[in-house]
Design a protein around this ligand. Sequence first.
Ligand code: HPA
Length: 276
Amino acid sequence: MSGAPDVPRLVQDAARALRDRAGAEPPVAAIILGSGLGGFAARVHGAVRVPYRDVPGFPVPSVDGHAGEVLMGTVAGRRVVCFAGRFHLYEGHGADVAALPARVAHALGAPVLFASNAAGGVRRTFRPGDLMVIADHLNLMFRNPLIGPLVPGDVRFPDMSDPYDPALRRQLHEVARAAGVPLQDGVYCGLTGPTYETPAEVRMLERLGADAVGMSTVPEVIAARAMGMRCAGVSVITNPAAGLSLAPLAHDEVVEVGRQVAPRFEALVEGFVASL
Ligand code: HPA
């Protein structure tokens, strides 16, 4: 765990620092970019870029493929805040720290959280480069960012019957259809990592109802729901999960597939922002 940080204070300090740099106009959405997907940052126009080291309370990310900066600018003429890089449990962060980008986005006034990630394909028909709208998730991190004193403004026992907003999911599919981007639906399962799964674990996940597996997103979405934000998420399937192909898994390949999918992913996210 992270030694019980004073979350409300961290969030207010971070939001104030970002507003001081980029102005107070609230974003229509916050966008969290997963491994290898940081190229979307180039689509944020007129961006004020703030490295995480300059955001009070933000740790500096340690993983290749995660830039570690906040971008505030416009996409499709709409104001967004974009987090390139996130805080993972496997880096030693608590779930509350992993959820900081969602909390800061909320403090900036963003009503929508769009989370993206690189994920292993558990569904056997998934191929590297496939895009999956997250329809629901399994929290197998066995951590929850809401454990602890109630954060002012949070719901104590949030309803999770529709963690990923049905209307936003429909919007994503409409945008994908119009752009000719193939898009599937599935259940994302979050584990802590940093090990990739064993083949036996992947067979277990398959039986539990997972379609994709990764090491992020769940803490941010839980906190966002507790604050009443509408959430959407897309997984980029970068590899068949362990045991579903003969190849061993490597982080470099995960990042590389993310880069190859970038044009389709970026078109989808840009169209999504335009549709808000
Ligand atoms: N497992 C967990 N996380 C991942 C994977 C995987 O196979 N691929 C990309 N992120």
